[in-house]
Design a protein around this ligand. Structure first.
Ligand SMILES: [Zn+2]
Length: 114
């Protein structure tokens, strides 16, 4: 007899592989909720493929706070809900282009700042 998995809505796969698996799934759930919350597509080009969508700090400078990787995806997603005006959704391409143009990428285009 299989044990019924509680909270297993929307066809999410629960494989009972342990806490790490659960946390990853939990983080992805938060991430997708936050993406939808912010419109679910890239602000620049309209790409709505969630595989390449990323959260971006509207004013820049948030990468150390939000993008550093020190926080897990769950915490990052929660930050979006707390302060929705601060974040937007960009696809990976537009995110890189924006960083490039804003000289946020250390080592590239040191033009003396904006
Ligand atoms: Zn884009």
């Amino acid at each position: 007899m299989d044990e019924q998995v509680s909270g297993n809505k929307n066809g999410l796969q629960s494989t009972h592989k342990g806490a790490n698996q659960y946390m990853r799934m939990f983080g992805q759930l938060w991430r997708s909720r936050a993406l939808v919350f912010l419109g679910g597509r890239c602000e620049h080009c309209g790409n709505n493929d969630s595989r390449v969508l990323q959260f971006d700090h509207v004013l820049g400078g948030g990468k150390t706070e939000l993008m550093s990787g020190n926080r897990n995806s769950h915490q990052r997603a929660r930050a979006v809900f707390k302060e929705p005006g601060k974040y937007q959704v960009l696809c990976a391409n537009c995110n890189w282009i924006k960083r490039f143009e804003r000289n946020e990428q250390s080592g590239y285009l040191k033009t003396g700042g904006i």
